[in-house]
Design a protein around this ligand. Structure first.
Ligand SMILES: Cc1cc2nc3c(=O)[nH]c(=O)nc-3n(C[C@H](O)[C@H](O)[C@H](O)COP(=O)(O)O)c2cc1C
Length: 155
């Protein structure tokens, strides 16, 4: 079986969402048949997505919505013919807003990138607007990456 490649595309103002992305990536990379990279939206072109078997999108909750730069990136990506068939979404949030932005992100991906089957969703808590991440959130993200990797590997 050939190596499968995963890209995590994230937005992060204060670095917390990026830390979650990197933890998920480490979890995926524990599977020797998989290789993943983390990129911010400004670091890549939407055409680059064609090089990957799976795409994971993540961003902070900004006023109960997914961060705008990621939504714009997904809009631009909708004209790309993607090879990726599998994906997942995640967000970071404060207070009681678990899952609020990530559910909207999920709906956005389903609408704009219908070729991607979403097989995972994660919402990670930060203790304040700038962070840091709440206890155990990086461990949970690592575990999420391991689980995602297992599903992708067997799909
Ligand atoms: C402009 C702005 C609006 C925000 N609004 C919300 C909100 O409505 N609900 C929430 O849970 N967190 C909100 N937050 C907190 C962010 O979720 C938090 O800053 C983010 O998770 C940190 O991730 P980052 O370090 O990757 O930027 C807001 C943050 C900013 C900067």
């Amino acid at each position: 079986m050939s190596m499968k490649r995963v890209i995590l595309v994230c937005e992060s103002v204060y670095g917390n969402t990026q830390k979650i992305a990197e933890a998920i990536s480490r979890g995926i990379n524990k599977n020797s048949e998989l290789e993943s990279v983390v990129k911010k939206t400004g670091e890549i072109h939407t055409d680059d997505l064609r090089d990957y078997d799976a795409i994971i999108f993540g961003c902070p909750n900004h006023d109960q919505e997914p961060a705008l730069n990621l939504l714009k990136f997904i809009d631009r990506a909708s004209i790309v013919h993607l090879n990726a068939k599998t994906g997942a979404v995640f967000d970071t949030y404060t207070g009681g807003n678990k899952d609020v932005a990530v559910k909207k992100l999920e709906a956005k991906v389903r609408e704009k990138l219908p070729g991607i089957q979403l097989i995972g969703r994660l919402s990670s808590k930060v203790t304040g607007r700038k962070g840091p991440l709440a206890d155990n959130e990086e461990d949970k993200a690592l575990e999420f990456g391991i689980q995602f990797g297992q599903k992708l590997h067997t799909s």
